[in-house]
Each structure stands twice: as structure tokens, then as C-alpha cells.
Design a protein around this ligand. Structure first.
Ligand code: BES
Ligand code: ZN
Length: 413
């Protein structure tokens, strides 16, 4: 694969020395890449995806991310760009495995996001209704573990009512048979475990007396790093082209989102041959999977005038699987995209990604995406279709040409 990459680069560099003005002219007229050029494009984008996937899951704050970063920096540098990194930190909550043991049988649950860690062996008391303060008045939970049903009032209030009544732990039962992934949303001095309706309801009915609760959580500070690439001296771009390069734990993140990372890099390589490159910044965002931390930080650090100077932010996330290319975002830009390429569907916003913080800051945005797929956030997200990377890259480049060649961009939502 290294060979393929080297070969691709050398072929392209021969092409560049021979015909830079032609490429520039083509770009400015908005013509498609020729067949030969598009083959090179596709081979390099798939090589980028493979290089990132081979590193293993790209979890923010891990050494793999340093390798992914080194790879991206090398590629952007080779394409003629300057790179800088932007580092940020955020607190990350982790459940390392939490459960309740009844009669020697361990039942797995999920710690509520934000719960303190704790181990307690105590009486189990089933609290009537949904755990209002008045419900706790009807039972004695002092020194006990309170078993409460989900619903009507926030988790935080149930847990606080339990703590106020003297309980040493709380177990919340989902109101559906499935697992419960919830967030506490505030501070409580006792550990809080969530159980699926399936196991929780049978526990509620079983009237067990003695149980052991184990909530095994930790909160740590994670450091993320965005990679920003632009031509030397470009301090005020008109467009930002970006995508996240982190993935969820356990997933190699080929489609989510080595695909978008590779497409952004591919657009950068193709644009480097044109004068349009002086209008763009390219960003690989980190910390997306933990809550859009990289893009939020980028926006928070940008001067208001920098953001006002942007005509568009283009985000590419999950663009290597599924034939249908979808685009979401600011109406004027989704319309412009459809005018450029009529077979693209417009979709309403679903799921969060890195364009969202820019949209909230008033920047017109476009979100390129190919829809859900079975391998999303699983260990099987390990391959993408080269043809789809290529198509996305060309559409993205064409849209950028349109945006950059129009003097005024309407920002109507
Ligand atoms: N690639 C997804 C974004 C996505 C998923 C967009 C489905 C549209 C539909 C992204 O990496 C992700 O998983 N985002 C999270 C939200 C984020 C704020 C943690 C999501 O959508 O659940
Ligand atoms: Zn993603």
C-alpha cells in the first residue's frame, strides 16, 4: 500500500509540473476532473482511509491519535500546505463496568453518566411509584439501596430524594425492556446504576433483601488536537472544509470518519493546484465522538471577524458507504449543491457532527453524509468504497468552486 501511495504521488507530480495552468483554468471554470485525474484521486483517498484504519481505533487522547496526526500532517505538507495543531481538553466520564449482585448472581447495568464510583453491600428497598420525595416517605431506605422506576421526574431528582432519605445507593429501572443509557445531570453523593426494564422489573418483583452494588466509574481529563492546514499566509479563509478524524472505542472508523478525513485531504490536494486554495482552510477535528469538542473549541477560539468572513463551512462525515449522497445545512447552500449536482438529496439535520457549532455561530454550513449503515460505531466499520470517496470529493470541490466564484452568498436559512 505504501508503494501505491508513492506511485500515486509521483504520477501526479509529473502531471502538475506539466500542466498547472490548465488545472487552474479548469478549476476556475468549474469543470470536472478528467478520467485519469479522477483515478489518481480515488487511489489516494482510499490509501488515506487504509492508512488511518490500519492504526486501529482512533480514540481521542490515545497514542494512535498521535500517529494519525503525524500521517495527516505529512500528507498536507506534501501537498504544499502549512499545518498547525490546536489542542484542547475536556472531562470524559467512563463506566468501567457496573453491576448489582443478588444471591451470588451478578446483573450488569450501566452507571448513570456522571455518577460517582462506589461499592455498597446493603438491603435492597423497592420504592413505590417513581421516587418522588413522598414515595420515599412511605419506605425506610436508611442505609439501604433504593430501587426506583424511571419516569415523571428527572434521574437527578430521584437520586437526590434517595440520598436525602438516607440511601447509600440508587438503582433506576428503565421503563422499556431495553438497557438504559442516561445522564445524571448534576451532583449526587451516592452511586447511581441503571438497569434494563427486563432485569430491573424482575428484581423489583423478587423482593430480595441483601444485595451488592458496584458502580465502577471514573472521570478524567482528555486532551484532543485539531489539525489545521492552509497555504502560507492565508489568515482569513472564505471557506472551511473539515471532518473529524477520531473514532469511537473499538471501531476502526473507516466510514466514520476516515472517509470524511480522506475526502477533505483529497479536496485540499486538488485545490492546491488552483488559486482557490488561498481562500480555504482544511481542518481535521478531534474529540467529535465525545461531543463535538474539536469543532466547538475551534469556533470558541475564532475571532468574531474570522467567523463573519466565512461564506461556508463544509463538513464531511460518513461518506464512504451507501450510494445516495445526502446534504444538509443552510438552505442557500443545499440549494446551490443541488443545482450543481441534481441527484443529491437534501436531508434535515439528524445526529450531530462538526458543522453544528459553526451553524450555531451563524456560519452557513453544508453537511455531506451518506446515511446510516449497519457497521456504524462497531468493530466492523473497516472498509469504504473508493468510488464513493471520489464522487464526494468531486462534488465537494465543485460546490466549493461555486461558492468561491460567487461574489455574494446569501445566508438565508
Ligand atoms: N458520524 C456521526 C454523525 C452522524 C450520525 C450524523 C448519524 C448523522 C447521523 C458522529 O460521529 C456521531 O456519532 N455523532 C453523535 C453525536 C455526537 C455529538 C457525539 C451522534 O450522532 O450520536
Ligand atoms: Zn462521525
Amino acid at each position: 500500500m505504501a508503494k501505491l501511495l508513492v506511485a500515486g504521488v509521483s504520477v501526479l507530480s509529473i502531471g502538475i509540473t506539466g500542466c498547472t495552468p490548465v488545472l487552474e483554468e479548469q478549476a476556475e471554470r468549474g469543470t470536472l476532473l478528467s478520467q485519469a485525474e479522477s483515478t489518481i484521486t480515488s487511489r489516494r483517498a482510499i490509501a488515506d482511509v487504509q492508512a488511518l484504519v490500519e492504526l486501529g481505533p482512533r480514540v481521542t487522547g490515545t497514542p494512535v491519535m498521535e500517529q494519525a496526526r503525524a500521517y495527516l500532517i505529512e500528507q498536507y505538507t506534501r501537498a504544499g500546505y502549512e499545518t498547525k495543531t490546536q489542542t484542547f481538553t475536556y472531562p470524559k466520564f467512563e463506566d468501567l463496568g457496573s453491576n448489582i449482585t443478588v444471591n451470588g448472581r451478578t446483573i450488569n447495568g450501566r452507571a448513570l453518566n456522571g455518577s460517582i464510583a462506589g461499592k455498597q453491600s446493603a438491603r435492597l428497598v423497592a420504592v413505590p411509584n417513581v421516587g418522588q420525595a413522598s414515595d420515599f416517605a412511605a419506605v425506610d431506605v436508611k442505609g439501604a439501596i433504593a430501587l426506583v422506576r424511571r419516569g415523571e421526574i428527572p434521574f437527578l431528582q430521584k437520586a437526590q430524594n434517595a440520598a436525602n432519605a438516607g440511601a447509600v445507593g440508587v438503582v433506576i429501572i428503565n421503563n422499556e425492556s431495553s438497557d438504559l443509557y442516561g445522564t445524571l445531570g448534576g451532583e449526587v453523593q451516592i452511586p447511581v446504576l441503571a438497569l434494563s426494564g427486563k432485569v430491573g422489573n424482575s428484581l423489583f418483583e423478587s423482593q430480595q433483601s441483601q444485595v451488592s452494588l458496584a458502580v465502577n466509574t471514573r472521570q478524567r481529563t482528555v486532551t484532543g488536537t485539531n489539525v489545521i492546514a492552509h497555504l502560507p499566509g492565508v489568515t482569513q479563509p472564505r471557506v472551511i472544509v473539515g471532518g473529524h478524524y477520531d473514532s469511537v472505542p473499538g471501531s476502526p472508523g473507516a466510514n466514520d470518519n476516515a472517509s470524511g478525513t480522506a475526502v477533505v485531504l483529497d479536496i485540499a490536494r486538488n485545490m492546491a493546484q488552483t488559486t482557490l486554495a488561498r481562500q480555504a482552510w482544511f481542518v481535521a477535528f478531534d474529540g467529535e465522538e465525545d461531543g463535538l469538542h474539536g469543532s466547538r473549541y475551534f469556533v470558541s477560539q475564532a475571532q468574531p471577524s474570522f467567523l463573519e468572513g466565512l461564506d461556508a463551512m463544509l463538513n464531511f462525515d460518513m461518506v464512504g458507504v451507501n450510494d445516495q449522497l445526502l446534504v444538509g445545512g443552510t438552505q442557500s447552500l443545499t440549494k446551490l449543491t443541488q443545482a450543481t449536482q441534481s441527484d443529491i438529496s437534501i436531508f434535515g439535520s439528524q445526529g450531530g457532527s462538526d458543522h453544528a457549532p459553526f451553524a450555531r455561530a451563524g456560519v452557513p454550513v453544508l453537511f455531506f453524509y451518506r446515511g446510516q449503515e449497519p457497521n456504524y460505531h462497531t468493530p466492523n466499520d473497516k472498509s469504504v468504497e473508493p468510488r464513493l470517496l471520489d464522487e464526494t470529493s468531486q462534488v465537494g470541490f465543485n460546490v466549493l468552486k461555486q461558492i468561491l466564484n460567487s461574489d455574494t452568498v446569501s445566508v438565508a436559512m
